[in-house]
Design a binder for this molecule. Structure first.
Ligand code: FE2
Length: 248
C-alpha cells in the first residue's frame, strides 16, 4: 500500500528507504515499546485486581461491622438475631425481584438496622410486660427517627437511613412517624415492611405459634392497599417459595 500523493506528485513507497531511515532499528524500537506497554498493562491490571479485592474485603468488613452492631443493639433473644438475618436476606431477594437492588446497594444495612433507634428508648418501656401508656407510646414511636439520626450523616447510607425512618409507615398513610402515603414512602421501606411482617407471622414466638406460609400470604393480601403496597405484595407472593434459606 502506498500513501496518497498530493496532486502532481508521484506516490512514494513506504519502503523506499532514505538517509537516516533504518527499518530494522525502527522495528526493534517498536518491539521495545510494545513490550513496555504490555508490561505496563499487566502491572496496571494486577494493581486494579488488587484494589478490587481490597475494596471487596473492605465492603465485607463494613457489612460485618454493621451486622455486629445491629445484633448488639437487638440481640435480646435468638429470635431477634435470626429475624434480622431473614429480614436482610428476604429484603434483598425482594429488591432483586423488583429490579431495584442495584440502585440501593445499602438497603441491606437498613434492613438490619431498622430498629437500631430503640437504643434511645428506655429498657423499662421496651420490656414492659403490660400495655404502654400514651406517653410511653410517644417515646417508643420515636425510635425510627432516632435510628435515622444515627445514620443520616454516614456516607453511602442514604437508603438505609430512609428505611430506618420509614419502616413503620403504612401504605394508606396511617403509619408513623410522618404518616407518609403510597409512593411517598421510599420503595425499599415498602418492601421491608412486607418481609418484616411475613417473617414475624411465620416464626414461632413465646406467645403464639408460627402461622403457615399460606395463611401469612393471605394476610399480606388482605392488608395490601392498607398496610402494604399492593404492587410489591404482588411481586413478593410468588417469591415466597424461592426465599433464601437461613440456617437456624
Ligand atoms: Fe420498629
Amino acid at each position: 500500500m502506498t500513501p496518497r500523493s498530493d496532486a502532481g506528485q508521484q506516490p512514494v513507497p513506504l519502503d523506499a528507504g532514505g538517509p537516516g531511515l533504518d527499518q530494522d532499528a525502527l522495528e526493534a524500537q517498536l518491539q521495545v515499546f510494545a513490550r513496555e506497554i504490555g508490561g505496563l498493562y499487566r502491572s496496571q491490571k494486577a494493581r486494579a485486581e488488587q484494589l478490587e479485592e481490597a475494596l471487596a474485603a473492605l465492603k465485607t468488613a463494613y457489612l460485618e461491622t454493621i451486622r455486629s452492631f445491629a445484633f448488639v443493639v437487638e440481640a435480646k433473644d435468638a429470635y431477634t438475631g435470626l429475624h434480622l438475618e431473614r429480614c436482610r436476606a428476604y429484603g434483598v431477594a425482594l429488591m432483586e425481584e423488583l429490579g431495584v437492588a442495584g440502585d440501593h446497594p445499602d438497603a441491606e444495612y437498613g434492613f438490619l438496622l431498622h430498629d437500631a433507634g430503640k437504643v434511645g428508648v428506655p429498657e423499662r418501656i421496651l420490656s414492659k410486660p403490660g400495655p404502654l401508656t400514651a406517653a410511653e407510646w410517644r417515646v417508643m414511636r420515636a425510635h425510627p427517627v432516632i435510628g435515622y439520626q444515627m445514620l443520616e450523616n454516614i456516607p453511602f447510607m442514604t437508603t438505609a437511613a430512609e428505611i430506618v425512618r420509614c419502616h413503620h409507615e403504612m401504605f394508606d398513610g396511617s403509619g408513623y412517624p410522618q404518616g407518609l402515603k403510597a409512593e411517598e414512602i421510599p420503595l425499599p421501606a415498602r418492601a421491608f415492611s412486607i418481609v418484616d411482617a411475613f417473617d414475624a407471622m411465620t416464626t414461632d414466638r413465646p406467645y403464639r405459634a408460627a402461622m403457615p406460609t399460606e395463611r401469612a400470604a393471605a394476610e399480606l393480601t388482605r392488608m395490601a392497599g392498607t398496610q402494604f403496597d399492593p404492587d410489591v405484595v404482588g411481586v413478593f407472593l410468588p417469591l415466597i417459595d424461592r426465599l433464601p434459606p437461613i440456617a437456624t
